[in-house]
Design a protein. Structure first.
Length: 277
């Protein structure tokens, strides 16, 4: 029964909190559509520094905040905020930390145009922050839908570091891939920063060359289903995707008004959760 299935959305963008884009449209309307189809949902996004807390009525959830997450040998406090999209009857949870998410830009320095040097740590903190928060909520997701590069570490954390946790023991992962930041490079030390108990160095060999393409490949390796969110990709990634034997939903055009992609995604969720592919 669909009514009993829980879907966790891990978003990199959601309107009205971030600028309008395909990912931001999906982040806004897909969870609403899935909820209206009878499923329980939770939706997460980073609390970027250019999100106006007062205008969007964000407030801290004290019972969920207070945990420290160690990244690169530094304890960093995890702050959880929440806001409501009343027209959708939907709450959005925000992963916040002063060091990672208070700058007034999303992924690139507005002056230099360069990828932030700590984007690897921001992705680590975001993925682990979500998993720890969902544990605190004691909310067992049947399926986790990750979209956007900043969510790409969640699949390996879920399948390796958190696989024994009863909250996530039966969770499936669907990954939406986009043609974004393919050639951007992360810190040379990214691989060692990602390691947690349950994750071996060899599990992360793709991060010997830590760039956008290899991070996407790593996410694909630990996902149960793939959704192609762009009509085309970097040729290296396209070649890689052609060789993987993971259920894949082809690209579907997305607009604010379209409902087709929501129906197709929901059907795909069913197949992944029911192992029908």
């Amino acid at each position: 029964m669909e009514e009993n299935k829980r879907v966790l959305f891990v978003n990199s963008e959601i309107i009205p909190y971030t600028a309008e884009s395909t990912q931001a449209i999906i982040g806004r309307y897909l969870p609403q559509g899935i909820q209206e189809a009878g499923r329980e949902i939770r939706s997460f996004i980073p609390r970027y520094g250019n999100i106006n807390e007062r205008r969007n009525q964000l407030h801290e959830v004290i019972r969920l905040s207070g945990l420290n997450i160690v990244v690169s040998d530094v304890d960093r406090p995890l702050i959880i905020k929440v806001a409501s999209i009343s027209s959708a009857r939907m709450q959005v949870y925000f992963i916040d930390n002063d060091d990672y998410f208070h700058r007034k830009a999303v992924f690139t320095d507005p002056e230099s145009g360069e990828f932030f040097k700590d984007n690897d740590e921001r992705a680590i903190f975001f993925a682990r922050g979500i998993l720890e928060t969902v544990k605190k909520l004691r909310w067992k997701p049947d399926l986790i839908h990750c979209q956007g590069w900043i969510s790409n570490l969640l699949p390996i954390y879920l399948k390796k570091a958190y696989k024994e946790d009863p909250i996530f023991a039966e969770s499936k992962v669907v990954l939406s891939l986009y043609d974004e930041f393919a050639t951007e490079e992360f810190s040379p030390k990214m691989k060692s920063k990602v390691i947690l108990p349950g994750i071996r160095s060899r599990d992360l060999d793709l991060l010997n060359t830590p760039n956008g393409i290899n991070l996407a490949k790593l996410a694909v390796q630990y996902s149960d289903g793939i959704i192609l969110g762009s009509p085309s990709f970097n040729p290296e990634l396209e070649k890689y995707l052609a060789g993987v034997k993971i259920p894949t939903l082809p690209y579907i055009e997305v607009t604010k008004e379209s409902k087709e992609y929501i129906e197709k995604y929901n059907e795909f969720y069913n197949k992944i959760m029911n192992n029908a592919l």
